[in-house]
Ligand binder design. Structure first.
Ligand SMILES: *Cc1c(COP(=O)(O)O)cnc(C)c1O
Length: 396
């Protein structure tokens, strides 16, 4: 009865559309016989930082490491100290929380806004204690968190702001992509200058290039993006055994670097990212206007459509599991992002309870119970989109 499945995400589309270019990029690395920390990773770091409107990019082995090293570098530089509390949205992917813990900091989980699924700024005040030192905003599903409001709150409280941008490559705050980068020491001064008042910026942002992200490698990869030269330098050292000069170790570092093969692939893919994101926005606009089922809630297109890159298109339904089976029977693939919120994960319950701090989190728990991600990606055709919409509207 079903002719063809509507895939949740077609990675094959991206790979096939760039087939030859990816092969020759890979061939170039093979011929160069240079695989770690070479000209391609250096070039991609520069190009991607510029794309983000920031000065420095430091490649890492993956997104979790980018987050962890960004925070660890902030500790080494004295911006933060071990045991400090960092505010994190309670409905994020587990890696955000793991990174805060791995850096020796304490995540404080805050309920998200039900509509945007991002940090609810009105709850920040109540989440602060005398140990709170930073906010790690997550641009969940590709929608930029309310950075101007978050940065304004942080400024008033003397907190740092960091970004988990693992799902938001190319999302723009005004004309800038992401909001990354004002150097920590001069952040206050820069906020006083005219054009910076409008766009308060974070200390640094962490990206992931996991294959299915909006910009994905052929394996793991990540990057820290910042305007803070010292932070960039420290992240680079931490990811290279704590060393800047061979066999001289300043920090207790790790090995976490973006390799030449991944950098070569990402250099090929980056010029296509804006086009892919534009296609995602087209699909999202159709979903938002054509899904008309009182049982299915969608998140609206933001006032500035460019601030959302729709890494995921979430719908919310009280009978989520039933809806998922219903769609599956009609050939529509879906996933849940995410079924269990971090505070209910075994890793954080029971004996290790003191690892994080949180109050009641009704919105995060509701989202976990009702979220369903429907097909999204640049490879999705108009007919596929129509089939998804029809199937959703038929659910009773
Ligand atoms: C993917 C992701 C990460 C982790 O990135 P990896 O490269 O998979 O380690 C962190 N945070 C969020 C929000 C993500 O979606």
């Amino acid at each position: 009865m079903i002719t063809k499945k509507v895939p949740f995400y077609s990675l094959g589309y991206v790979t096939e559309s760039l087939g030859r270019d990816l092969l020759s990029a890979f061939g170039g690395v093979l011929e160069s016989n240079w695989f770690i920390r070479g000209p391609r990773s250096e070039r991609f770091e520069g190009v991607f930082a510029k794309y983000c409107g920031a000065q420095f990019g430091v490649g890492t082995g993956n997104g979790l490491d980018a987050l962890t090293l960004m925070l660890r570098a902030s500790i080494e530089l004295g911006y933060l100290k071990r045991g400090d509390e960092v505010i994190v949205p309670a409905n994020t992917f587990i890696a955000t929380v793991l990174a805060v813990c791995a850096a020796g900091l304490v995540p404080v989980l805050v309920d998200p806004d039900r509509e945007t699924c991002n940090l609810d700024v009105s709850l920040l005040e109540g989440a602060c204690s005398e140990r709170t030192r930073a906010i790690l905003a997550v641009h969940l599903y590709g929608r930029l968190a309310d950075m101007p409001a978050i940065c304004e709150f942080a400024k008033a409280k003397g907190l740092l702001v960091f970004e988990d941008a693992a799902q938001a490559h190319g999302a723009e705050l005004d004309e800038r992509r992401g909001s990354t980068g004002s150097p920590t020491e001069t952040r206050d001064e820069r906020l006083e200058t005219k054009d910076e008042r409008k766009v308060a910026r974070s200390t640094a942002a962490a990206y992931s290039f996991y294959p299915t992200k909006n910009l994905g490698a052929l394996g793991d990869g990540g990057m820290v993006v910042t305007d803070d030269a010292e932070l960039a330098r420290t992240v680079r050292m931490l990811g290279n055994y704590g060393s800047e000069r061979k066999y001289v170790n300043k920090y207790v570092g790790v090995n976490s670097r973006l390799d030449e093969v991944q950098a070569a692939i990402l250099l090929e893919k980056l010029p296509h990212l804006d086009g892919w994101n534009a296609r995602r926005r087209e699909i999202a606009a159709r979903y938002c206007s054509e899904i008309k089922n009182p049982l299915v809630r969608v998140t609206p297109v933001p006032a500035n459509p460019l601030s959302h890159v729709w890494h995921v298109f979430p719908v919310f339904c009280e009978r989520r599991d039933e809806l998922q089976s219903f769609l599956s029977a009609r050939g529509v693939e879906t996933l849940v992002h995410y079924p269990i919120p971090p505070h209910l994960q075994e890793a954080f319950t029971g004996a290790s309870d003191s690892l994080l701090r949180h109050g009641v989190l009704p919105v995060a728990e509701e989202l976990a119970r009702t979220e369903l991600s429907i097909p999204m990606g640049p490879g999705l055709g108009d007919d596929d989109v129509s089939r998804v919409i029809e199937a959703l509207n038929e659910f009773v």
